[in-house]
Design a protein around this ligand. Structure first.
Ligand SMILES: Cc1cc2nc3c(=O)[nH]c(=O)nc-3n(C[C@H](O)[C@H](O)[C@H](O)COP(=O)(O)O)c2cc1C
Length: 379
């Protein structure tokens, strides 16, 4: 067993983001299926592959708070012919480095984190960010596996967080790839809000393939002043959070329960009055909570990050009712969908985790934990 050079990621499959999220291949239990190295390489790339550079570091397929990249990925490869090996994924070099013979008889990926890479800059809030990044990684893995016709399950170990990488420490998440033998059931336990409602129609818009969107995704903080259309906004919220998969949302939440809600702080969307809205995924409708333009208040509550003020609309994710670590992971999953949905139709967004929690909750007027603000705008 030796170092394995992985093939370059070629976005060869044409499946659109909106098509893939309707047929996610998430499973509760799997049996062995031989998976090619090129498929494994694509899933790894979606989790942590290098897709760009900034002036000081390489950027990855998933976002990372302050580009601190705390996640470390290990892989157990198994084939009936060659047996099992345990490798470290070196994303910047596109390699798998052999560590030891493996024990697993399935293809598995292990997500560990070096928390201090992020907490050094963000203190205890950095722990939240790391778990959000685990959510982003799991979602990209599920999307890419689904395109490749591979079933996926995952397990989380986040009650007892293994904060630094140490011998024998548990991974935060274990992804397993194979063939499905049992599908899970999902439950909705998010809060509901009543009010005047606006039903959403979704239209087909020209879009990128999922693989191209994964490659192209970047955080965008400058938007043109042109208004967003209600159709574009609907595309982003419906395909990232709507009920489009057997009455389920397009991701597989921890504990198989949906705890998160989506709100909008709308300012300049054609066909939608300025206001704060709750997105009712059950009915695909917006429920008006407060009329008026609240972007300035949201911007003030979020360290005056200008992109909040300038974007025609901001999505806010918030939740409650379960240990916060689970909310963090669910947030990352939805956040990844929002990034990819926006990228697919040529819009820009950025995940914002830095804000005053109580003040943001007060702007929205709900008693839930705010987790991400994601401005959406035109490039
Ligand atoms: C958990 C988390 C929190 C983040 N918080 C902020 C934020 O408060 N403000 C901001 O402008 N960007 C924020 N970002 C975006 C990162 O700065 C960005 O992902 C990183 O610079 C890498 O660039 P890329 O997303 O273009 O790959 C956050 C990203 C994550 C994953």
């Amino acid at each position: 067993m030796d170092t394995i050079n992985l093939p370059l990621f070629e976005p060869s499959l044409e499946h659109s983001f909106s098509g893939v999220v309707k047929s996610l291949r998430f499973c509760k239990a799997l049996k062995f299926k031989e998976i090619t190295l090129s498929s494994i390489s694509k899933v790894l790339y979606a989790i942590q592959g290098c897709t760009g550079t900034s002036h000081w570091t390489t950027l990855r397929a998933i976002p990372s708070a302050g580009a601190t990249y705390p996640l470390k990925i290990y892989v157990s490869l198994y084939s009936r012919d060659t047996g099992s090996g345990f490798y470290e994924y070196k994303s910047s070099r596109g390699k798998l480095v052999f560590i030891k013979p493996g024990k697993e008889k399935q293809t598995k990926m292990f997500i560990h984190a070096i928390f201090s890479r992020t907490t050094r800059y963000y203190g205890s809030r950095g722990e939240r960010y790391v778990l959000m990044e685990v959510g982003h990684a799991l979602q990209n893995s599920l999307l890419e596996s689904s395109v490749l016709n591979i079933d996926m399950s995952y397990e989380l170990n986040i009650e007892e967080i293994n904060r630094e990488l140490k011998e024998g420490g548990k991974p935060l998440a274990v992804i397993e790839l194979g063939e499905c033998i049992e599908k899970p059931a999902f439950e909705h336990r998010n809060r509901k809000y009543e009010g005047i409602s606006i039903g959403l129609r979704h239209v087909k818009l020209p879009e990128l393939s999922l693989e191209k969107a994964i490659l192209k995704r970047r955080s965008v903080r400058k938007y043109s002043s042109r208004k967003l259309s209600l159709e574009e906004l609907t595309y982003v919220i419906y395909y990232s959070f709507g009920r489009l998969w057997n009455d389920h949302r397009p991701y597989a939440p921890p504990l198989n329960v949906y705890y998160l809600n989506m709100f909008l702080v709308a300012g300049e969307v054609d066909g939608l009055d300025s206001g704060i809205y709750f997105y009712n995924d059950e009915k695909n409708e917006l429920v008006l909570l407060k009329k008026g333009d609240f972007r300035k208040k949201l911007y003030d509550a979020a360290l005056r990050q200008e992109w909040i003020l300038k974007a025609p609309v901001n999505i806010l994710l918030a939740g409650g009712g379960v240990d916060k670590q689970y909310l963090d992971v669910e947030t990352g999953m939805i956040g990844q969908n929002i990034y990819l949905a926006a990228t697919s139709i040529g819009l820009g967004t950025v995940a914002i985790g830095a804000f005053y929690d109580e003040e943001v909750a007060d702007v929205i007027g709900v008693d839930e934990q705010p987790l991400y603000i994601m401005p959406i705008g035109r490039l």
